[in-house]
Ligand binder design. Structure first.
Ligand SMILES: [Ca+2]
Ligand SMILES: [Ca+2]
Length: 78
């Protein structure tokens, strides 16, 4: 049971990424809400407040620079 539950937990956020449509305006709102230092990008610490973003951190951080730009977040809106 434990193994099955873990597999589901891993698979679910990826499914969410593909199926949930997030409006572009929501991406801007998410960025504004989470960007605690107003740098215009999300650090891993800032993103940790959002389970969906931190759960897909590696996939979202396309250039692997340790920060999420609005463009990288916009993947959630496609
Ligand atoms: Ca920031
Ligand atoms: Ca990045």
């Amino acid at each position: 049971m434990t193994i099955r539950k873990t597999a589901l937990t891993i698979a679910f956020p990826l499914t969410l990424l593909c199926t949930v449509a997030v409006a572009q305006t929501d991406i801007a709102a998410v960025m504004e809400a989470l960007d605690a230092d107003d740098s215009g990008t999300l650090s891993e610490a800032e993103a940790s407040a959002n389970e969906m973003i931190i759960g897909n951190w590696v996939a979202l951080d396309a250039d692997a620079n340790g920060e999420l730009s609005t463009d990288e977040l916009a993947v959630l809106a496609q």
